[in-house]
Write a protein that binds this ligand. Sequence first.
Ligand SMILES: C[S@@+](CC[C@H](N)C(=O)[O-])C[C@H]1O[C@@H](n2cnc3c(N)ncnc32)[C@H](O)[C@@H]1O
Length: 414
Amino acid sequence: MLQMDCLVCSFCFRFIGSIELQIGRRLYLQSLGDSANDKCHMGSSSHASEDCYNTDSSDMEDGSYMKNHEDYGNCAPGSSKDNISLPKGFIESLMNGELELPFSDKFPLPSTIPCPGGCGEAYYCSKSCAEADWELFHSLLCTGERSKALSRAALLKFIEHANGTNDIFLLAAKVICSIILRYRKLKAAHLEEQGKTNANSKSSNLSLLLEAWKPISIGYKRRWWDCIALPDDVDSSDEASFRMKIRELAFTSLQLLKAAIFDSECEPLFSLEIYGHIIGMFELNNLDLVVASPVEDYFLYIDDLLHGEKKEAEKITRPILDALGDDYSICCQGTAFFPLQSCMNHSCCPNAKAFKREEDRDGQAVIIAQRPICKGEEVTISYIDEDLPYGERQTLLADYGFRCSCPKCLEEEP
Ligand SMILES: C[S@@+](CC[C@H](N)C(=O)[O-])C[C@H]1O[C@@H](n2cnc3c(N)ncnc32)[C@H](O)[C@@H]1O
């Protein structure tokens, strides 16, 4: 699950495009929020319209770092809610590569490769990532012309429902697609091996489906509506009806997904029981995924320049920073299931940590030992900020359904 305002590879989650594209896209999305209020619409999601971010261009006019400084006229004022203005056409020039920011060449990013299915939603850092995603998940979830979904219209309905309710359904769909696609591959190999005539029995199909399901089976523990933590605003007397509503929501989502990608040979995958357990797996075993943004490094680099260079560069970067505001650099965040890493237990004095956090440059699961770990010793990670006081830690861990009794908790227990 990705944060929308970062442009990352849909397969490995590396930032892609360029510093200019990342910044332009973020400003553009920011302006969409603003323009909804002042009727300054920006058109489709892939192109910013010319003049909705605007006005005073004096600071930028001598932009010797810019390849193109035409088109910096005025536009109707007031399109940015904080009254921070950028020249007319500025965002578009950043996004379409006409404008080069100072020293951005120090932060090269892989160029963007569009989805081979033509959906215009997924982008990749390389052809191999595009192909791997297509083969493993995306061919069934692509809304483009070459989609392998049963019905693209139904798929759009499913996605719309997930976006409007809970995007965990998109992850569950990804899991189901990966199982179907793995099943089809296993079956093709099996048919080739056995000869088409005697290998297409129901029982052999089921055993292939079980084989395809195997990597996920480790996450099969509890249904979503049984394991989801009760939100703070739901009274415990309403717990049963809350859980019933969650189950109904999952049922609706599953019906929509079925209409989009149903495969009769994989019918068991489309039961509410399985769907509930797949979502439950993300509820219980999800790992946060964080990929640091190169945009932050870029602005830090500018800040560290020597006085003369810095002054010159900041003529261009300062108005951008001001327009971006506090969220000038947003990392890519998501949630993921990794069969091994997601199953590690918690300790408030863990001997390992999940992910490199600030240093992460892609979505690979990395577990790093914090100290030497003996053979046979359990590898533990921390689910929460282990530096919080004892009470706060236990409150947070209650959401995971347990009280921690690690050595640190035993020592600090009042
Ligand atoms: C991400 S799973 C961890 C792996 C889990 N043992 C499994 O096999 O799925 C999280 C669940 O494991 C259990 N768990 C993790 N750490 C624990 C701990 N320190 N004490 C008790 N239960 C723990 C809790 O039930 C928690 O909801």
